[in-house]
Ligand binder design. Sequence first.
Ligand SMILES: Nc1ncnc2c1ncn2[C@@H]1O[C@H](COP(=O)(O)OP(=O)(O)OP(=O)(O)O)[C@@H](O)[C@H]1O
Length: 961
Amino acid sequence: MSNNIKVVCRFRPQNTIETREGGEVVVSFDDSLATVGLRSTAGLSGPEKDGFTFDRVFPMGTKQHEVFDYGVKGIVSDVINGYNGTIFAYGQTGSGKTFTMMGANIDSDELKGIIPRIAEQIFTAIQEAPQNIEFLVKCSYMEIYLERIRDLLAPQNDNLQIHEEKNKGVYVKGLIEEYATGPEAIYELLRQGGLARMVAATNMNAESSRSHSIFLIIINQKNLDTGAQKSGSLYLVDLAGSEKIGKTGATGQTLEEAKKINKSLSALGMVINALTDGKSTHVPYRDSKLTRILQESLGGNSRTTLIINCSPSSYNEAETLSTLRFGMRAKAIKNKARVNAELSPAELKLLLKKAQTDNAAFQKLIADLEAELGTWRSGGQVDPAFWVKGMGAPMKKAPTPSSTTPARPSTPINPMVEGLRGELESRPETPTVIGLEKDERDEFLRRENELTDQLGERESQLSAAEKELVELRAELAGLRGDVPPPPKESQIPPHSSELIELRLERDRISFEKKELTIALEDEKQKNSELVAQVEDLNKAALQSRTRKTSLAEGKEKKKAELMALMMSKLESHVGISDKDDQLQSTLTKLAGIDSNEGVQALTLDDIALVRRQLAEEHEALRNAMEKLQEVQEENALLSKRRQDLERRNAQIEADMEDVFAKYEAKEGHADFAYAEVKATLEAQFTAKLESQQSEIEDLQKQVETRTRDIRNLSSELDSSKGVNEELKRAFEATSAGLAGGKDLAETARELERTRKAIAAQLAEFDNTKKALMRDVQDRCEKVIELEVQLDEMREQYSNVIRNSNTKAQQKKMAILERNLEQVSLIQRQLVDQNALLKREAGASERKLITRNERIAGLEAQLRHAMREIEDRDRRYAEQFRNVYQATEHLRTAQPSARIAKPLRGGGGANPPANGPLARLQGEEASASREFLSLSQVKSRIDWTNVASKQRASWFFSASRS
Ligand SMILES: Nc1ncnc2c1ncn2[C@@H]1O[C@H](COP(=O)(O)OP(=O)(O)OP(=O)(O)O)[C@@H](O)[C@H]1O
């Protein structure tokens, strides 16, 4: 039976975001509520111009029960009758999918959504069913989050794998199935699973579902009279909303979720396209987990209703248009829904009887044919009237799989009974790999299941390793710098190369820290040495400043002393003053002579003597003048030399400046040779020193020569003194001889002339003497100045040498100071870090203690839980034995008695309240399952144990993490 997917469309009212953004209603509905028109497509040509027609359109304000009554009720009835059913909610984020499927409040009659209503309908239907039908209702709840299947009833199982088997079809391996005995039990499961769902706030929806959720209800029923069984599965799917990242503002994790959501929704779209375009030979069910799980619902054995949820607002018009188009395409999907029934024993007996009859007929036919063949072989003839007739219609071939939904592999079917099965075919067709032979398909599915399991296992290992890595990173960040004990090899999980790298990095960091500490100590040491050096240098600078001041003072003093010494020497050696005095007295004497007295006093010899002496004096004076001229020339020469010296000095200073400039420029270069500069300076100053030395030596020689000259002059003056003495004597004698009567007047005049000439010569001599003295003084000053200059030069030279050393040291010091600063900074940082780490280490230690306590507590709880599980195991085993014995007893006592049923149609009487089964049911209240057969009881016990253990281990691992 081929049937199209039913598509209904629901509009929610405009929400506050849409109103705030100035949105307005842009949809319109026809009177029959089958077509919706969109403002943006109304003006277009083409099929969308007239709107979008669905099985039903629910305008804004439609009540929850209306959607349920029209869109869902029928399907639930079908599922109760053994069909598979699916109800999808599709739409953009915030369009009302969860509101439709689950409702705003499952406890509110008005607000509860489809799923709670379905629960009620199922149990009402069971109540209304005939008494000879017993039902078993199982529920599972899962979500597909980031392309991983997570069991919402056991959230620790977050990477379940999809399997396909020829008898079971596609199913999720390891998914927990909880038994439900009433709507309340289903509500409880919905609440429990809802708490575990991945929900996040986006700009479009404060509680946006970040996963596709699938609530699965499996209803098994058995006709107690005939033994016939039916089974219907109902998939209730709340898809995650398609979203425009720009509008939802998704970032980080929500962005990752959005990408995966959009990807799986587009895979759904591709499947629908392939199913509806009429030309695709391959349907890409395997492109996403969603389409793989739901492959039966799309183009397979399922009655499917698609509810498309839309916004009526212009703000989301583009999204609404895309949703409506999706609904229109889905409408064209054709499913082939069949009742999933198993043959009852009576039907099987019928089939067997028919097969046996057919078999006998065939045997007879074969015998007849062999007989006829024998006749022909022996050369005989058989009248055509007696030719053996065939069985009529040729044997039917098994149907070939269709191209889009190839038939699922099935158990071998006797071709003879095949025709009898007809509508009773129990296994739904499952699309699988096209083009494979049956055996190959079986092998393929087996291998695929194995590989899927391995893949799931690897994925789980990987995510566990990633989780541990994240934890360790956080721990590492917390304890950075500390050196925790190295992890044992056994603690390193496999496939965690990143983890190993991280640990290596931690070791490296701690090693570097140690090194830094050592370097720090080293630098500290250097620093203290440098500080001492700086202090020494400061002291030296202070000393040199003091020395410089005292030197300057000493220089002045020395200069003055030298000058005084030199002048006193000159005074003592030259004796000019004495001579001068003598001459003055002679002149005074001459001047004081009365003309009469003078004539009497002076004789002619005296006068001649005086004249001679004067001539000598004159000669001596001329010599002195010549000497003076020589000295002046020498002085000019010396001045010239001095100028030369000064020029050379200036040149040297300029050279020095150059050298220092070069030195400054090369300061940054590590290979700059200080020794080179020093050598250059030394060479220059040595040269200068030598030249100065030689200059000074020259000058000293000259001074000595001058001193000698002066000494000569002095001796000459001494001799002049003698002459003077004689002159005196002669003068006395002359004075005595005046009585001889000469021409006194004449003599007096001559004397007068002589006196004047002497006075003039004396004045001239005086001037010469003064000039000579000035010159000598100048020379002395110059000599002293030169000596002082020499001292200064020496001083400068040593300063330069010192400076060059100091500059190198300064450079070194600057580098060291920089290093010191850096080291101090590092030290400060390390000290801070250390303090921080100490604090954090304390906190971590406290955390560790708390965590250990928690672990101890959890372990105690775990032990307790394990003990309880073991107790329960024992109890179950005992109960199982009891039940088994009771059943055996019943079977032997009443061979045709049926076992039990969990829920009997029409609310028929349940098994005796005091029977073993009732006890089991009472004790299994949490499981809420009533029980069918021995093997089911056993599997239930096993399952309960497994589930309890899983929960315990999950609880333990969750607590640890
Ligand atoms: N028909 C409606 N009437 C009134 N309120 C509605 C209706 N449909 C949805 N809402 C409100 O709109 C908001 C978003 O709805 P819902 O969470 O169901 O959207 P969604 O399609 O499931 O979104 P997502 O895909 O992001 O999970 C909710 O607050 C819900 O109560």
